[in-house]
Every structure is written in structure tokens, then in C-alpha cells.
Design a protein around this ligand. Structure first.
Ligand code: NAD
Ligand code: MG
Length: 390
């Protein structure tokens, strides 16, 4: 039996992971499940999967979690320290599917214990890619990509030499507003931004898909994970979301990865890697689909994309600043305080203003320094958001 834990078990990726686990319960010994406010879901899954411990990120939810687990034999815990402690528990494989920079500390802890980390939490790579990769290397741990594009590239590179790679193309659906007139974007509502044309995902990543902040993070994730140069990474709008990524080689070959828009493929690939196993995803009928469309992303519609390249160019801890500013801007949009198009204005303002803290950006990449940059960038973003309102 493989010992596994799922961080962010109550979310979209977490629930898809649990779906795969439930299909072969005899193969897995579940150590820890973690979640947030939805302690009922967390407790129900922890009990049915016979987890050792269930952890909610929020301390004020502990009494409810305890009550829900009463008599089940599953331990209850809460808070940041408990999440990190759960990540230190011996496991063969951990799914990192917390949303946001909050996933970094538990992910790092898991790697320190040599655990294989299946990484859906792209934010941690954007904030501290080098730190994660070095920690993995130093402790003989492995990071496996779960983001669909990065899983696709990873699969495209099996048996290949990264030196022969000329370019990596990641696709984007274009999000909820890809066909909207540009002048209507400032009026986009929260409900409209929260519905994705192809993928069923958590609310935050769905809005980030409409704004392309998700793809901006993924460009940086590509650079960190595969070690290619920024100019080798391209984004292609592909409304069908069936080609997830393409790898271009020095002999002109372009290897594409196709599959249904179902995260259980990328999760399952990371779960069974290096083997392949049968997965419950739709098999594509290309004759029925008939045609696939591609177009270049419009920079006026998606200002976040250019910012990703600016972040990579500026280097240091700029990724942590960018991610934090994006998270704060998204909070402000969700709370109804700023407009959809203000989010990219807020992150642009932070990228400018954080220059004043250049020593902070140039500091060594440690968890403490990343946390410090994250904090400063959120404050700057909140201020920039206030100026947009005022
Ligand atoms: P989600 O919002 O559905 O779930 C997030 C999970 O994180 C929940 O379990 C929640 O309780 C937990 N959480 C929230 N705030 C937390 C905090 N402060 N501390 C600890 N835990 C917290 O999100 P999701 O769509 O499942 O996405 C999870 C991660 O996977 C994100 O990094 C996202 O970018 C990435 N991802 C998701 C998809 C997808 O299809 N959903 C695809 C690719 C990558
Ligand atoms: Mg993706």
C-alpha cells in the first residue's frame, strides 16, 4: 500500500484526486487530508478514506472539525503549524492542491522529508521555484507537475534531451471573456468571471483564467519547472482546450499532447508515474471534433501575460511579489471593491512600487524572505486597489 496525503483535499483538484483514490482503495493508505472552511466535507472524506489526521487551515474551524470527527478515530488539527506538521508525516506521495501561496510551506516540508510532491499548487513554484527544486534535490525528493499544460510538457519530454528543446508552447482557452468586446471588460461581473467555458475548477483559478493571470503564472511555472529561457515559452489561445501543450524540438518537430479537459488525467499521470494506468477520462473522437483552432493572445485583452515576462526579467523574489499582488487584487475583485480590469492595473502598480524594496527582492530565496515579500506586495496591492476606488 502506498502512503498518501492530500493537501487541499476539499477543493476541485483534491476531490478529483479522491475520486481516483476511491477507485482502488486497497492500493492506498491515507495519512493526512487537509481543507479550509468546509470541515463537513473534510471530515466525511477523512472518515471514509480512514485517514490518520484531518487538518483545517483555519483555527476557528477546529471545534466543528472535532465534532464532525468525534468517535471516528481520525485525529483533528488546525492552523498553519498543523499543516506543516501533517506534511512532515511519512508518506510516499503528497498531492499539493492548496490554492495560493499558502501551499508553499507544507510543500517545502514534504520535500524536506523526501516525499514525492505532485504539484497542482503552481503559486508555490512562482513564489519560490528555485527553493522548491533545490530542496527536492537536497533531499532526494521529486516534484511532479499536475497543471495540465505542465503535465503535457513533462509527458512530451519523456526520453528526450531538454537541450534539444527549442520552445515550449502552452495553450490557453482564452477564458470567459475571450470573445467579449474589449470595452465591455471593465463591466465584467464576478458571476460572469467565475464561469469557465471548458474546465470545472475552483473559483480563484477560474477568474484567473478569464484574466489570463493563470497563464501568466503558468509561463513562470514553465520556466521554473523545465529550466528553459523566457523567450522559449509561448502562449497560444486554443478555445477547445484539447491540446494542452506542445514541445518544439531543434529538428522542427512539434509534439502536441491532446486529451479531454479533465484534470483526472494529469492527476492520474502524477499518481502512477512513471507507469501509465487506465484512467476514467473521456477518449477523444477527433473525427467528431473535426477541427481545432489556434490564435495568438491579444496583449490588449490580456495585460497579465506581458507582466509574467517582466517578472522573469526582473528576477529575484519578483515572482513572490507578483503572485501576492495578484492574490490581493483577486480578493479585491471578489469582494466587489475593484473592477475586473483593475486587477492587472493593481499588479502593474505593485511591480513598479516594489522596486523601492529592491533589497527585499534581491534577498536570498528562503521561506522567510518569500513570506516577507508576499506581505509587502499584498499591502502595496491593497493600497493600489484603494487608489483605483478613490
Ligand atoms: P479550490 O479553491 O477548489 O480548492 C483549494 C483548496 O485549498 C481547498 O481544499 C481549500 O480548503 C484549501 N485552502 C484554501 N485556502 C487555504 C489556506 N489559506 N490554507 C490552506 N488551505 C487552503 O482550488 P483548486 O481549483 O482545486 O486549485 C488548487 C490548486 O491547483 C491551485 O493552486 C490551482 O491553481 C491549481 N490548479 C487547479 C486546477 C483545477 O482544475 N482546479 C488546474 C490546474 C491547477
Ligand atoms: Mg493549467
Amino acid at each position: 500500500m502506498r502512503k498518501i496525503s492530500i493537501f487541499g483535499a476539499t477543493g476541485s483538484i483534491g476531490q478529483n484526486t479522491i475520486d481516483l483514490i476511491r477507485r482502488a482503495p486497497e492500493a492506498y493508505d491515507v495519512v493526512a487530508l487537509t481543507g479550509g472552511a468546509n470541515v463537513a466535507r473534510l471530515a466525511a472524506d477523512a472518515v471514509s478514506l480512514r485517514a490518520d489526521v484531518a487538518v483545517t487551515a483555519f483555527e476557528d474551524r477546529l471545534p466543528d472539525l472535532r465534532a464532525a470527527l468525534d468517535g471516528s478515530g481520525v485525529e483533528a488539527a488546525a492552523g498553519q503549524a498543523a499543516l506543516v506538521e501533517a506534511a512532515a508525516r511519512p508518506a510516499d506521495w503528497i498531492m499539493s492542491a492548496i490554492v495560493g501561496a499558502a501551499g508553499l510551506a507544507p510543500g517545502l516540508e514534504a520535500l524536506k522529508h523526501g516525499t514525492t510532491l505532485a504539484l497542482a499548487n503552481k503559486e508555490s513554484l512562482v513564489c519560490a521555484g528555485r527553493l522548491l527544486l533545490e530542496t527536492a534535490r537536497n533531499h532526494g525528493a521529486r516534484l511532479l507537475p499536475v497543471d495540465s499544460e505542465h503535465s503535457a510538457v513533462f509527458q512530451g519530454l519523456v526520453g528526450e534531451d531538454i537541450e534539444a528543446v527549442e520552445r515550449i508552447v502552452i495553450t490557453a482557452s482564452g477564458g470567459a471573456f475571450r470573445d467579449w468586446p474589449l470595452q465591455d471588460l471593465p463591466k465584467a461581473s464576478l458571476a460572469q468571471a467565475s464561469s469557465h467555458p471548458n474546465w470545472d475548477m475552483g473559483q480563484r483559478i477560474t477568474i484567473d483564467s478569464a484574466s489570463m493571470f493563470n497563464k501568466a503564472l503558468e509561463v513562470i511555472e514553465t520556466r521554473e519547472y523545465f529550466g528553459v529561457r523566457p523567450e522559449q515559452i509561448e502562449v497560444l489561445v486554443h478555445p477547445e482546450s484539447l491540446v494542452h501543450a506542445l514541445v518544439g524540438f531543434n529538428d522542427g518537430a512539434l509534439m502536441a499532447h491532446l486529451g479531454a479537459a479533465d484534470m483526472r488525467h494529469a492527476i492520474g499521470y502524477a499518481l502512477h508515474w512513471p507507469a501509465r494506468q487506465t484512467l476514467p477520462v473521456e477518449r477523444l473522437d477527433l473525427a467528431r471534433i473535426g477541427q481545432l483552432n489556434f490564435r495568438a493572445p491579444d496583449p490588449a485583452r490580456y495585460p497579465a501575460l506581458r507582466q509574467a515576462y517582466e517578472v522573469m526579467e526582473r528576477g529575484g523574489l519578483m515572482g513572490a511579489a507578483f503572485n501576492a499582488a495578484k492574490e490581493q487584487a483577486l480578493d479585491e475583485f471578489i469582494a466587489g471593491r475593484i473592477r475586473f480590469t483593475d486587477m492587472a492595473a493593481v499588479t502593474a502598480a505593485v511591480l513598479d512600487r516594489i522596486e523601492a524594496e529592491r533589497d527585499l527582492i534581491d534577498a536570498a530565496m528562503t521561506l522567510d524572505n518569500v513570506t516577507r515579500v508576499d506581505h509587502v506586495a499584498r499591502q502595496q496591492a491593497a493600497r493600489a486597489a484603494e487608489e483605483r476606488i478613490g
